[in-house]
Design a protein around this ligand. Structure first.
Ligand code: NAD
Ligand code: 89V
Length: 338
Protein backbone atom coordinates (compact mmCIF):
# COMPACT_ATOMS: atom_id res chain seq x y z
CA UNK A 1 0.00 0.00 0.00
CA UNK A 2 1.43 3.37 -1.00
CA UNK A 3 0.77 6.49 1.07
CA UNK A 4 1.36 10.22 1.05
CA UNK A 5 1.67 12.48 4.10
CA UNK A 6 0.52 16.13 4.17
CA UNK A 7 2.08 18.15 6.99
CA UNK A 8 5.65 17.46 8.11
CA UNK A 9 5.46 19.28 11.43
CA UNK A 10 5.83 18.41 15.09
CA UNK A 11 3.55 15.39 15.33
CA UNK A 12 3.95 14.04 11.78
CA UNK A 13 7.41 12.83 12.77
CA UNK A 14 5.74 10.17 14.93
CA UNK A 15 3.37 9.23 12.12
CA UNK A 16 6.26 8.89 9.66
CA UNK A 17 8.17 6.71 12.14
CA UNK A 18 5.10 4.53 12.67
CA UNK A 19 4.48 4.08 8.92
CA UNK A 20 7.99 2.61 8.64
CA UNK A 21 6.96 -0.02 11.23
CA UNK A 22 3.90 -1.18 9.29
CA UNK A 23 4.48 -4.12 6.99
CA UNK A 24 3.45 -3.59 3.39
CA UNK A 25 3.20 0.21 3.62
CA UNK A 26 5.49 2.68 1.88
CA UNK A 27 5.26 6.47 2.09
CA UNK A 28 6.01 7.65 -1.46
CA UNK A 29 5.21 11.39 -1.27
CA UNK A 30 5.37 14.23 1.24
CA UNK A 31 3.75 17.65 1.21
CA UNK A 32 4.28 20.73 3.36
CA UNK A 33 4.04 24.43 2.58
CA UNK A 34 7.14 24.94 4.70
CA UNK A 35 10.07 23.91 2.49
CA UNK A 36 12.49 23.46 5.39
CA UNK A 37 10.20 21.04 7.18
CA UNK A 38 9.42 19.26 3.92
CA UNK A 39 13.07 18.79 3.01
CA UNK A 40 14.09 17.73 6.52
CA UNK A 41 11.39 15.03 6.64
CA UNK A 42 12.18 13.87 3.10
CA UNK A 43 15.81 13.40 4.10
CA UNK A 44 15.07 11.65 7.41
CA UNK A 45 12.51 9.29 5.93
CA UNK A 46 14.08 8.93 2.49
CA UNK A 47 11.05 10.03 0.47
CA UNK A 48 11.81 11.19 -3.07
CA UNK A 49 8.60 12.96 -4.13
CA UNK A 50 8.11 16.31 -2.36
CA UNK A 51 5.38 18.92 -2.87
CA UNK A 52 4.61 22.29 -1.35
CA UNK A 53 1.11 22.22 -2.86
CA UNK A 54 -1.28 19.38 -1.99
CA UNK A 55 -3.31 19.85 -5.21
CA UNK A 56 -0.17 19.16 -7.25
CA UNK A 57 0.55 16.05 -5.24
CA UNK A 58 -2.98 14.68 -5.76
CA UNK A 59 -2.79 15.51 -9.47
CA UNK A 60 0.43 13.49 -9.77
CA UNK A 61 -1.20 10.58 -7.86
CA UNK A 62 0.48 7.19 -7.43
CA UNK A 63 -0.67 6.47 -3.85
CA UNK A 64 -3.59 4.61 -2.24
CA UNK A 65 -4.05 6.70 0.89
CA UNK A 66 -3.22 10.07 2.34
CA UNK A 67 -2.30 10.86 5.94
CA UNK A 68 -3.34 14.44 6.77
CA UNK A 69 -1.12 15.61 9.64
CA UNK A 70 -1.83 19.33 9.40
CA UNK A 71 -3.64 21.52 11.94
CA UNK A 72 -7.43 21.69 11.88
CA UNK A 73 -8.08 24.74 9.68
CA UNK A 74 -6.80 22.87 6.59
CA UNK A 75 -8.60 19.57 7.22
CA UNK A 76 -11.84 20.08 5.29
CA UNK A 77 -10.19 21.30 2.08
CA UNK A 78 -7.59 18.53 2.17
CA UNK A 79 -10.10 15.75 2.92
CA UNK A 80 -12.32 16.94 0.08
CA UNK A 81 -9.33 17.06 -2.27
CA UNK A 82 -8.34 13.53 -1.24
CA UNK A 83 -11.88 12.21 -1.76
CA UNK A 84 -11.95 13.81 -5.22
CA UNK A 85 -8.66 12.10 -5.98
CA UNK A 86 -10.16 8.75 -4.91
CA UNK A 87 -7.75 7.80 -2.11
CA UNK A 88 -8.37 6.51 1.42
CA UNK A 89 -7.90 9.13 4.15
CA UNK A 90 -6.57 9.25 7.68
CA UNK A 91 -6.93 12.73 9.18
CA UNK A 92 -5.56 14.12 12.44
CA UNK A 93 -7.79 15.33 15.26
CA UNK A 94 -9.46 17.75 15.83
CA UNK A 95 -11.32 16.38 12.79
CA UNK A 96 -12.91 19.72 11.86
CA UNK A 97 -13.42 23.29 13.05
CA UNK A 98 -17.18 22.79 13.28
CA UNK A 99 -19.93 20.23 12.75
CA UNK A 100 -20.87 21.49 9.27
CA UNK A 101 -17.34 20.86 8.01
CA UNK A 102 -17.16 17.46 9.72
CA UNK A 103 -20.40 16.29 8.10
CA UNK A 104 -19.26 17.54 4.69
CA UNK A 105 -15.98 15.62 5.06
CA UNK A 106 -17.77 12.37 5.89
CA UNK A 107 -20.14 12.90 2.94
CA UNK A 108 -17.22 13.54 0.57
CA UNK A 109 -15.48 10.28 1.53
CA UNK A 110 -18.75 8.33 1.36
CA UNK A 111 -19.49 9.71 -2.10
CA UNK A 112 -16.02 8.61 -3.24
CA UNK A 113 -16.46 5.18 -1.61
CA UNK A 114 -13.22 5.65 0.34
CA UNK A 115 -12.32 5.00 3.99
CA UNK A 116 -12.08 8.09 6.19
CA UNK A 117 -10.56 7.56 9.63
CA UNK A 118 -9.73 10.17 12.25
CA UNK A 119 -6.36 9.81 13.95
CA UNK A 120 -8.02 9.71 17.39
CA UNK A 121 -5.30 7.74 19.06
CA UNK A 122 -5.79 8.06 22.82
CA UNK A 123 -8.33 5.22 23.03
CA UNK A 124 -5.71 3.09 21.24
CA UNK A 125 -3.11 3.51 24.01
CA UNK A 126 -2.26 0.04 25.31
CA UNK A 127 -3.18 0.84 28.95
CA UNK A 128 -6.59 2.13 27.83
CA UNK A 129 -7.11 -0.91 25.59
CA UNK A 130 -6.30 -3.25 28.49
CA UNK A 131 -8.81 -1.42 30.71
CA UNK A 132 -11.42 -1.52 27.92
CA UNK A 133 -10.97 -5.27 27.59
CA UNK A 134 -11.49 -5.73 31.34
CA UNK A 135 -14.73 -3.74 31.23
CA UNK A 136 -15.95 -5.47 28.04
CA UNK A 137 -15.28 -8.88 29.65
CA UNK A 138 -17.94 -8.07 32.26
CA UNK A 139 -15.55 -8.53 35.20
CA UNK A 140 -16.79 -5.40 36.99
CA UNK A 141 -20.39 -5.86 35.83
CA UNK A 142 -22.38 -2.98 34.34
CA UNK A 143 -20.37 0.25 34.59
CA UNK A 144 -22.51 3.04 36.07
CA UNK A 145 -19.93 5.72 36.91
CA UNK A 146 -16.70 6.84 35.31
CA UNK A 147 -14.04 9.46 35.67
CA UNK A 148 -11.53 10.05 32.90
CA UNK A 149 -8.93 12.47 34.11
CA UNK A 150 -5.93 14.22 32.52
CA UNK A 151 -4.23 16.72 34.83
CA UNK A 152 -0.74 17.99 34.07
CA UNK A 153 1.58 20.97 34.20
CA UNK A 154 3.65 19.81 31.21
CA UNK A 155 4.78 22.58 28.84
CA UNK A 156 2.99 21.62 25.63
CA UNK A 157 3.49 25.10 24.18
CA UNK A 158 7.19 24.73 23.42
CA UNK A 159 6.56 21.90 20.90
CA UNK A 160 3.18 23.21 19.71
CA UNK A 161 3.25 27.04 20.02
CA UNK A 162 -0.10 27.40 18.19
CA UNK A 163 -1.80 25.87 21.24
CA UNK A 164 -1.20 29.13 23.15
CA UNK A 165 -2.76 31.25 20.42
CA UNK A 166 -6.26 29.88 19.79
CA UNK A 167 -9.49 31.14 21.42
CA UNK A 168 -10.09 27.47 22.26
CA UNK A 169 -7.44 25.31 23.87
CA UNK A 170 -7.81 22.38 26.21
CA UNK A 171 -11.21 20.96 25.26
CA UNK A 172 -10.53 21.21 21.54
CA UNK A 173 -6.96 19.92 21.65
CA UNK A 174 -6.75 17.50 24.57
CA UNK A 175 -10.25 17.18 25.99
CA UNK A 176 -11.32 15.77 22.63
CA UNK A 177 -9.15 12.70 23.36
CA UNK A 178 -10.45 12.36 26.90
CA UNK A 179 -14.08 12.70 25.78
CA UNK A 180 -13.40 10.05 23.15
CA UNK A 181 -12.08 7.70 25.84
CA UNK A 182 -15.31 8.28 27.81
CA UNK A 183 -17.27 7.34 24.66
CA UNK A 184 -15.15 4.20 24.18
CA UNK A 185 -16.10 2.99 27.69
CA UNK A 186 -19.64 4.29 28.10
CA UNK A 187 -21.01 4.96 24.61
CA UNK A 188 -22.62 8.15 23.41
CA UNK A 189 -23.80 10.89 25.71
CA UNK A 190 -27.16 12.65 25.70
CA UNK A 191 -26.23 15.69 27.82
CA UNK A 192 -23.12 17.63 28.83
CA UNK A 193 -22.56 20.25 31.53
CA UNK A 194 -19.14 21.92 31.58
CA UNK A 195 -17.09 24.61 33.23
CA UNK A 196 -13.84 26.09 31.93
CA UNK A 197 -11.07 28.31 33.35
CA UNK A 198 -7.88 29.90 32.11
CA UNK A 199 -5.17 29.73 34.77
CA UNK A 200 -2.07 30.38 32.63
CA UNK A 201 -2.10 34.14 31.81
CA UNK A 202 0.22 33.64 28.83
CA UNK A 203 -2.25 31.74 26.67
CA UNK A 204 -5.50 32.79 25.01
CA UNK A 205 -7.78 29.79 25.54
CA UNK A 206 -8.97 27.76 28.52
CA UNK A 207 -6.48 25.40 30.17
CA UNK A 208 -8.86 23.77 32.69
CA UNK A 209 -12.15 22.06 31.86
CA UNK A 210 -14.52 19.91 33.90
CA UNK A 211 -17.30 18.11 32.04
CA UNK A 212 -20.19 16.04 33.34
CA UNK A 213 -21.66 13.60 30.81
CA UNK A 214 -24.93 11.68 30.96
CA UNK A 215 -24.67 8.64 28.71
CA UNK A 216 -27.43 6.99 26.67
CA UNK A 217 -27.16 3.85 28.80
CA UNK A 218 -27.71 5.89 32.00
CA UNK A 219 -24.12 6.05 33.25
CA UNK A 220 -22.56 9.31 34.41
CA UNK A 221 -18.98 10.29 33.68
CA UNK A 222 -16.76 13.12 34.84
CA UNK A 223 -14.18 14.14 32.24
CA UNK A 224 -11.65 16.53 33.73
CA UNK A 225 -8.64 18.08 32.01
CA UNK A 226 -6.00 20.54 33.13
CA UNK A 227 -2.68 21.86 31.89
CA UNK A 228 -2.37 24.03 35.01
CA UNK A 229 -1.83 21.25 37.54
CA UNK A 230 1.58 21.25 39.19
CA UNK A 231 2.06 17.87 40.72
CA UNK A 232 4.94 15.46 41.21
CA UNK A 233 5.38 12.96 39.74
CA UNK A 234 4.18 14.68 36.56
CA UNK A 235 1.76 12.27 34.82
CA UNK A 236 1.85 13.70 31.27
CA UNK A 237 0.49 12.22 29.02
CA UNK A 238 -1.40 9.65 31.08
CA UNK A 239 -5.19 9.50 31.13
CA UNK A 240 -6.34 8.14 34.48
CA UNK A 241 -9.52 6.10 34.92
CA UNK A 242 -12.01 5.42 37.70
CA UNK A 243 -14.80 3.08 36.68
CA UNK A 244 -17.40 1.72 39.07
CA UNK A 245 -19.48 -1.25 37.95
CA UNK A 246 -22.23 -3.28 39.56
CA UNK A 247 -19.74 -6.07 40.42
CA UNK A 248 -16.53 -4.17 41.09
CA UNK A 249 -14.25 -1.28 40.28
CA UNK A 250 -11.39 -0.51 37.93
CA UNK A 251 -8.74 2.13 38.48
CA UNK A 252 -5.95 3.15 36.10
CA UNK A 253 -3.66 5.19 38.28
CA UNK A 254 -0.51 7.24 37.84
CA UNK A 255 2.45 5.17 36.66
CA UNK A 256 0.21 2.91 34.54
CA UNK A 257 -0.99 0.92 37.56
CA UNK A 258 -4.21 -0.94 36.81
CA UNK A 259 -6.22 -2.25 39.74
CA UNK A 260 -9.40 -4.28 39.43
CA UNK A 261 -11.37 -5.03 42.56
CA UNK A 262 -14.14 -7.63 42.57
CA UNK A 263 -14.31 -10.69 44.83
CA UNK A 264 -10.62 -10.90 44.02
CA UNK A 265 -8.29 -7.91 43.79
CA UNK A 266 -5.67 -7.67 41.06
CA UNK A 267 -3.02 -5.05 40.42
CA UNK A 268 -0.78 -4.93 37.37
CA UNK A 269 1.67 -2.70 35.59
CA UNK A 270 0.28 -1.80 32.17
CA UNK A 271 3.12 0.51 31.13
CA UNK A 272 3.37 0.91 27.36
CA UNK A 273 6.40 -0.53 25.58
CA UNK A 274 9.10 1.95 24.60
CA UNK A 275 9.32 1.63 20.78
CA UNK A 276 12.87 1.98 19.39
CA UNK A 277 12.11 5.45 17.98
CA UNK A 278 10.02 6.62 20.96
CA UNK A 279 10.97 8.94 23.78
CA UNK A 280 9.59 9.17 27.30
CA UNK A 281 7.14 10.54 28.37
CA UNK A 282 5.64 10.59 24.85
CA UNK A 283 6.07 6.81 24.38
CA UNK A 284 2.49 6.18 25.48
CA UNK A 285 1.17 8.39 22.67
CA UNK A 286 3.79 7.22 20.17
CA UNK A 287 2.89 3.57 20.62
CA UNK A 288 -0.79 4.38 20.04
CA UNK A 289 0.14 6.12 16.78
CA UNK A 290 1.53 2.87 15.45
CA UNK A 291 -1.51 0.94 16.69
CA UNK A 292 -4.05 3.29 15.12
CA UNK A 293 -2.18 3.42 11.80
CA UNK A 294 -2.04 -0.40 11.78
CA UNK A 295 -5.81 -0.41 12.44
CA UNK A 296 -6.36 1.92 9.44
CA UNK A 297 -4.40 -0.41 7.13
CA UNK A 298 -6.09 -3.54 8.51
CA UNK A 299 -9.54 -2.01 7.97
CA UNK A 300 -8.79 -1.01 4.37
CA UNK A 301 -7.44 -4.47 3.61
CA UNK A 302 -10.48 -6.15 5.19
CA UNK A 303 -13.02 -3.67 3.77
CA UNK A 304 -14.23 -2.71 7.31
CA UNK A 305 -15.05 0.65 8.86
CA UNK A 306 -12.37 1.79 11.33
CA UNK A 307 -13.49 2.13 14.96
CA UNK A 308 -12.56 5.81 14.93
CA UNK A 309 -14.04 6.54 11.50
CA UNK A 310 -15.05 10.04 10.44
CA UNK A 311 -18.70 9.15 11.10
CA UNK A 312 -17.83 7.93 14.60
CA UNK A 313 -15.64 10.93 15.37
CA UNK A 314 -18.43 13.38 14.57
CA UNK A 315 -19.97 12.25 17.87
CA UNK A 316 -16.76 13.06 19.78
CA UNK A 317 -16.61 16.45 18.05
CA UNK A 318 -20.25 17.07 19.07
CA UNK A 319 -19.19 16.58 22.70
CA UNK A 320 -16.51 19.25 22.26
CA UNK A 321 -19.07 21.69 20.80
CA UNK A 322 -21.57 20.85 23.53
CA UNK A 323 -18.98 21.42 26.26
CA UNK A 324 -18.01 24.86 24.92
CA UNK A 325 -21.68 25.84 24.58
CA UNK A 326 -22.44 24.60 28.08
CA UNK A 327 -19.53 26.53 29.61
CA UNK A 328 -20.42 29.72 27.72
CA UNK A 329 -24.13 29.61 28.56
CA UNK A 330 -23.79 28.03 32.02
CA UNK A 331 -26.39 25.36 31.25
CA UNK A 332 -26.67 21.69 30.46
CA UNK A 333 -26.61 21.07 26.70
CA UNK A 334 -28.44 18.23 24.92
CA UNK A 335 -26.33 16.52 22.24
CA UNK A 336 -29.47 16.36 20.09
CA UNK A 337 -29.20 20.16 19.72
CA UNK A 338 -25.62 20.12 18.37
P1 NAD B 1 2.58 21.71 13.18
O1 NAD B 1 2.15 23.12 12.98
O2 NAD B 1 3.87 21.44 13.89
O3 NAD B 1 2.66 20.96 11.78
C1 NAD B 1 1.69 21.13 10.78
C2 NAD B 1 2.40 21.24 9.43
O4 NAD B 1 1.41 21.25 8.41
C3 NAD B 1 3.21 22.53 9.27
O5 NAD B 1 4.54 22.18 8.94
C4 NAD B 1 2.51 23.30 8.16
O6 NAD B 1 3.39 24.02 7.33
C5 NAD B 1 1.81 22.17 7.41
N1 NAD B 1 0.58 22.59 6.70
C6 NAD B 1 -0.51 23.21 7.20
N2 NAD B 1 -1.45 23.35 6.26
C7 NAD B 1 -0.95 22.82 5.13
C8 NAD B 1 -1.46 22.67 3.81
N3 NAD B 1 -2.68 23.08 3.47
N4 NAD B 1 -0.66 22.08 2.90
C9 NAD B 1 0.56 21.65 3.22
N5 NAD B 1 1.09 21.75 4.45
C10 NAD B 1 0.36 22.34 5.39
O7 NAD B 1 1.37 21.00 13.92
P2 NAD B 1 1.43 19.65 14.80
O8 NAD B 1 1.70 19.99 16.21
O9 NAD B 1 2.25 18.64 14.11
O10 NAD B 1 -0.11 19.23 14.75
C11 NAD B 1 -0.69 18.73 13.58
C12 NAD B 1 -2.00 18.06 13.96
O11 NAD B 1 -1.70 16.94 14.80
C13 NAD B 1 -2.95 18.96 14.77
O12 NAD B 1 -4.26 18.79 14.29
C14 NAD B 1 -2.79 18.48 16.21
O13 NAD B 1 -3.98 18.62 16.98
C15 NAD B 1 -2.49 17.01 15.98
N6 NAD B 1 -1.75 16.39 17.10
C16 NAD B 1 -2.18 15.19 17.49
C17 NAD B 1 -1.57 14.52 18.52
C18 NAD B 1 -2.09 13.18 18.92
O14 NAD B 1 -1.66 12.55 19.87
N7 NAD B 1 -3.07 12.64 18.16
C19 NAD B 1 -0.46 15.10 19.17
C20 NAD B 1 -0.01 16.34 18.71
C21 NAD B 1 -0.66 16.98 17.65
O1 89V C 1 -2.53 14.91 21.72
C1 89V C 1 -2.49 16.07 21.43
O2 89V C 1 -3.31 16.49 20.67
C2 89V C 1 -1.40 16.99 21.91
C3 89V C 1 -1.20 16.99 23.42
C4 89V C 1 -1.09 15.62 24.04
C5 89V C 1 0.05 17.78 23.71
O3 89V C 1 -2.29 17.67 24.01
O4 89V C 1 -1.65 18.28 21.45
Amino acid sequence: MKGAVIGCGFFAQNQLQAWRDITGVEIVALCDRDEDRLNASAATFDVARCYSDAAEMFAAGGFDFVDIATTVESHRALVEMAAQAGVHIICQKPFAENMIDARAMVDAADAAGKTLMVHENFRWQSAIQTALNVVKSGTIGEPFFGRVSFRSGYDVFSGQPYLAEGERFIIEDLGIHILDIARAFFGDATHVAATTRRINPDIKGEDVATMLLTHEGGATTVVDCSYATRRMPETFPQSLLEIDGTLGTLRLEAGYRLTVQTDEDTERDVSPPLLPWAEKPWHNIQESVRTIQQHFVDCIRAGRQPETSGADNIRTLALVEAAYLSAAQKRTVALADI
